[in-house]
Design a protein around this ligand. Structure first.
Ligand SMILES: [Zn+2]
Ligand SMILES: [Zn+2]
Length: 256
């Protein structure tokens, strides 16, 4: 199984990060992508030391929309430099979050747009976070002629799902899909092509049922994988195998 989106740098893992990773291995997780956002642009290399210490962990570099207002021009140069590291396989997460509005929307749009363009220039996939901003996310991805990418922790509706598929993007499902009130999302997980699905924890946030409310961790990706496999009436191993292929294709990895 693959956890395509984790925040292993989070302080909530400081006391037991090694145990968390061991539990992931024991649960059958063979690859994790840990996101390089940290608490803001000055920490966008936060996943690199973790990825350097574990041959099965990869990382990204980018600025979360919450932190868009902290970006200065030199951060784009730094992003480009860090992206040359062998374990950095994507730009992101970046995007628009109009739910929290932690940064002004126009700043979020500009910082998102620049990261989409940079990812394209570097021929790296972009990891997109979008919340209550479907139309503008779509517009920016179209205007920048986005290359490869994924909409992570997908919680939008059919329209954005179909748009993402139309531009060749993947859709990544977090534990939210397992929540009882998420039936429309489960329908999307059931119907989209198998070769476009990723599964993630987004840990330490958003633990899936039956761990809901607790700190999330990569081992719990097994619950979400099982849940989606059941929706699609297939064996969890079969779904996990296909997600592995999808992951390696998107992030251009050699087979782990
Ligand atoms: Zn996110
Ligand atoms: Zn995230």
């Amino acid at each position: 199984m693959i956890d395509s989106h984790a925040h292993l740098d989070d302080a909530r893992f400081d006391s037991d990060r090694d145990d968390v990773l061991q539990r992931a291995r024991n649960a059958g997780v063979r690859t994790i992508l840990t996101i390089g956002n940290g608490n803001g642009p000055d920490q966008m290399g936060c996943g690199i030391p973790i990825a350097e210490n574990h041959d099965w962990i990869y990382t990204s570099v980018g600025v979360h929309p919450h932190d868009a207002s902290k970006v200065e021009e030199h951060h784009y140069t730094q992003m480009q430099e860090l992206s040359r590291h062998a374990k950095v396989v994507a730009i992101g997460e970046t995007g628009l979050d109009y739910h929290y509005d932690n940064s002004p929307r126009e700043v979020q749009r500009e910082v998102f747009r620049k990261q989409v363009a940079l990812a394209k220039k570097l021929d790296l996939p972009v990891i997109v976070h979008t919340r209550e901003a479907d139309a503008e996310t779509e517009a920016i991805l179209l205007e920048e002629k986005a290359g490869r990418g994924v909409i992570h922790c997908f919680t939008s509706g059919d329209r954005l799902a179909d748009f993402a598929l139309s531009i060749g993007f993947l859709i990544s499902f977090s534990g939210i899909v397992t929540f009882p009130n998420a039936a429309p999302l489960a329908d999307i997980a059931r119907r989209i092509p198998l070769d476009r699905i990723l599964v993630e924890t987004d840990c330490p946030y958003l633990a899936p049922v039956p761990h809901r409310g607790k700190r999330n961790e990569p081992a719990f990706v097994t619950e979400t994988t099982r849940f989606i496999a059941a929706l699609r009436e297939m064996a969890p191993e079969e779904l996990a195998g296909q997600v592995g292929v999808n992951f390696e294709r998107l992030f251009a990895l050699k087979t782990a």
